[in-house]
Design a protein around this ligand. Structure first.
Ligand SMILES: Nc1ncnc2c1ncn2[C@@H]1O[C@H](COP(=O)(O)OP(=O)(O)OP(=O)(O)O)[C@@H](O)[C@H]1O
Ligand SMILES: CC(C)(CO)[C@@H](O)C(=O)NCCC(=O)O
Length: 307
């Protein structure tokens, strides 16, 4: 393990040995169940990377509850448990939602009595109609394209134990789905995933990350992220072929090379720019940086030293 200014740099070989003696690994039946829920992540990574991570999160939850109990004692009030909020940040197409879903399933498996919920901040993008009105349709994903006030109100409600509705975004419609919401109601853990969760919007007094109990930045070499973006684009087109209402249908039934060129341009003009201007600068605010290499395998982790 290498010592950096603010982080321990931990190669996977070392990380996978952490806590081996303390946790009960998943049985092969449980592993297969997890695999069926999340069929893209390698089982080796589930065992060697994500299980130690879940163990670390369990420790952080305990420590957080202990601290809250002590504070309540100090104030002479009754301790009211609050949801543990886990933020997951990183570039478009780096695999945030895949990691979020896996952690949700693993936490549910390991802590069956806890309610684990997960959402993405995509639903807090302004609807296309408003983006068009503001001439920022080509800035989708940039800070000004999100209703940050609504996102902060949402997370404030969740933290205060109130039921809260998260709007739903669909990549197929390429817009917010009108009238559709995810109801988040007193979870023990909420996983909040999105490119913007560690950002500091200049027009807000508080930040989304003020509510976080732990945060993860999913990272990878930019060339790999672009490759994953293009691979996902191909999958989206395959799916859109027989779906006339899909936003990508016209591209799906047209010339693939023309469609791919369009996606490359979007990567270059929108997502790559956003990564460098607004997403990468938030990396060093995360408690844990998860670095992925070829085939999405995690090769290195950076764990914040001072908690
Ligand atoms: N660990 C993994 N193993 C294999 N494939 C993965 C893994 N993580 C992500 N992928 C694939 O990479 C692509 C991007 O992943 P995902 O959709 O989770 O990214 P994202 O960061 O949530 O993107 P966005 O911000 O655009 O919603 C998808 O095609 C997904 O199936
Ligand atoms: C919805 C976001 C912003 C984040 O997930 C992203 O997937 C996106 O749609 N970006 C805009 C450019 C594009 O179409 O890739």
């Amino acid at each position: 393990m290498e010592n950096r200014l603010n982080y321990y740099q931990i190669p996977r070989e070392e990380w996978r040995s952490f806590y081996r003696d303390h946790y009960v690994p998943l049985s092969s039946r449980e592993l297969m169940r997890i695999k069926s829920l999340n069929d893209v992540i390698s089982l080796k990574d589930v065992e060697e990377i994500y299980m130690p991570l879940v163990h670390l999160l369990g420790m952080r939850m305990e420590a957080r509850n202990y601290g809250q109990n002590q504070l309540a004692d100090f104030l002479g009030i009754k301790h009211k448990p609050t949801p543990f909020i886990l933020g997951i940040a990183g570039s478009v197409a780096v695999g945030k939602s895949t990691v979020a879903r896996l952690l949700r399933d693993l936490l549910t498996e390991i802590f069956p009595n806890k309610k684990i919920q997960q959402i993405t901040t995509d639903g807090f993008l302004y609807p296309s109609e408003e983006l068009k009105k503001g001439h920022i349709m080509k800035r989708k994903g940039f800070p000004e394209s999100y209703d940050m006030k609504a996102l902060i109100n949402f997370i404030n409600d969740v933290k205060n134990g109130l039921p809260a509705k998260a709007p739903v975004y669909s990549h197929q419609v390429y817009d917010r789905v009108q009238g559709e919401y995810d109801l988040i109601d007193q979870p023990d853990v909420l996983i909040l995933e999105g490119i913007n969760v560690l950002q500091l919007p200049s027009n807000q007094q508080i930040f989304v990350s003020d509510f976080f109990d732990f945060s993860i930045y999913v990272d990878a070499d930019e060339k790999l992220i672009k490759k994953w973006y293009m691979e996902r684009f191909d999958l989206i087109l395959d799916r859109a072929k027989d779906e006339p209402n899909d936003y990508y249908h016209a591209y799906a039934i047209g010339d693939r090379d023309v469609a791919r060129k369009m996606a490359e341009d979007v990567w270059h003009d929108v997502n790559h720019k956003n990564l460098h201007s607004y997403i990468l600068p938030t990396r060093n605010r995360a408690d844990l940086i998860l670095n992925k290499g070829e085939n999405h395998l995690v090769d290195e982790l950076y764990l914040r030293k001072f908690v």
